[in-house]
Design a protein around this ligand. Structure first.
Ligand SMILES: [Zn+2]
Length: 125
C-alpha cells in the first residue's frame, strides 16, 4: 500500500482522523493486509460515530511481521481493536493475504508474515 492508498483510505473513512504524518508517509504495509487495515478503520470509525474517542492515527506500517498502528488519544476499546488487528495480521501473508505458513518454532518471534508460497519474499514496493 502506498501514499495514494492512504489518501483513498482516509477518503473512505472520512470521520477517522488521520494525521498529516499518515498522509505524508502513506500506509507502509503489503497488499495482503489491506482487508485487516480496512476492517480496523471501519471499526474505529464506527466507534467514533457512536461517541468513541476521536483518536488521531499517525502511522500504519509493518514491523517485525505484524501490523503496527500508532495513534494518540485512543480509548482502551480503540487500543484493543488496534491490538487485535496487529495480532490478526501475524496470521495473514502480508504479500497475498493467504494464511501464514507454520514454518517457524512458535517460541520464536515472527520477522515477516508470509504464506508457504512467499516465505523469504520481500513485499513489492
Ligand atoms: Zn503469500
Amino acid at each position: 500500500m502506498d501514499h495514494d492508498e492512504a489518501a483513498d483510505l482516509l477518503a473512505r473513512y472520512p470521520r477517522l482522523p488521520g494525521s498529516d504524518v499518515l498522509r505524508a508517509r502513506g500506509i507502509q504495509c503489503g497488499p495482503g493486509w489491506r482487508s485487516v487495515v480496512h476492517m480496523l478503520c471501519e471499526l474505529l470509525e464506527h466507534d467514533i460515530d457512536n461517541g468513541g474517542a476521536r483518536l488521531q492515527v499517525h502511522v500504519i506500517k509493518e514491523k517485525l511481521g505484524s501490523l503496527r498502528v500508532q495513534a494518540t488519544d485512543a480509548s482502551d476499546y480503540q487500543r484493543g481493536l488496534i491490538a487485535f488487528a496487529s495480532r490478526l495480521s501475524e496470521t495473514i501473508c502480508e504479500i497475498c493475504g493467504d494464511p501464514v505458513a507454520e514454518h517457524r518454532a512458535p517460541a520464536l518471534p515472527a520477522l515477516a508474515a508470509r504464506c508457504a508460497k512467499h516465505v523469504g519474499d520481500e513485499v513489492p514496493r
